[in-house]
Design a protein around this ligand. Structure first.
Ligand code: GLU
Length: 208
């Protein structure tokens, strides 16, 4: 289990992501991270081992005005609790958070290593991130790359991701792990459950 949050709108994303992660901390708390992106595709990736409070401290010294971002609080299944294994994972163009387990990640990893991908973490999630990057490089179509990658994956997932080239777009998908969308005025939230959206919106869509 873990917690996923996301935001796309006009407000600063960092405090919204941090407060959402604090509410989701009961789902997992061995590390946490957020990635935000500005309109010029500059990404700020902050990750910390331990509780969301550790991450929050980092954010106070790296404050950004970015209005789009994703965040994660981790409950490790593949790879020890560490900053290196913390989400969001970043490979090439793609930044991604994941709740769940990719069962066939070893086979996919071997295929990607044969295509010159290096891996910085021990997680199944980084493999999925690399797989999406690989397919995205081929097609330049993010939706098609995500759909193609998820057809190759065996396992359970809730994911949220963005690509550096598309700073206005977050893609999400789920199978087996929960994910909801909260709709506000000119803004959209993503979360593992509605508790993360308290104070923001009570208009919630449950993805099936
Ligand atoms: N399998 C992923 C990992 O170990 C995600 C675990 C989770 O759901 O927090 O990093």
């Amino acid at each position: 289990m873990c917690g996923i949050v996301g935001y796309i709108g006009e407000k600063r994303a960092q405090p919204i992501l941090i407060s959402g992660l604090k509410r989701l901390e009961y789902r997992g708390y061995d590390s946490a991270g957020i990635a935000t992106i500005d309109g010029k595709s500059k990404v700020t990736l902050l990750r910390a081992k331990g509780k969301v409070a550790e991450l929050d401290e980092k954010v106070t010294t790296h404050q950004k005005q970015d209005t789009v971002g994703i965040g994660h609080t981790r409950w490790a299944t593949h790879g020890e609790p560490s900053k290196r294994n913390a989400h969001p994972h970043h490979v090439g163009e793609i930044y991604l958070v994941h709740n769940g387990i990719i069962e066939n990640y070893q086979d996919l990893k071997e295929m990607l290593v044969a295509h010159d991908y290096d891996f910085k973490s021990d997680t199944d999630t980084e493999v999925l991130t690399a797989l999406i990057d690989y397919l995205y490089k081929d097609s330049s179509n993010l939706l098609a790359a995500v759909a193609g990658a998820l057809k190759m994956v065996v396992g359970a997932y809730g994911i949220a991701l963005f690509a550096e080239e598309n700073p206005d777009e977050i893609l999400i998908a789920r199978k087996g792990s929960p994910l909801i969308v909260g709709v506000g005025a000119g803004e959209v939230f993503i979360a593992s459950d509605a508790s993360a959206l308290v104070g923001h919106t009570d208009q919630v869509i449950y993805l099936h």
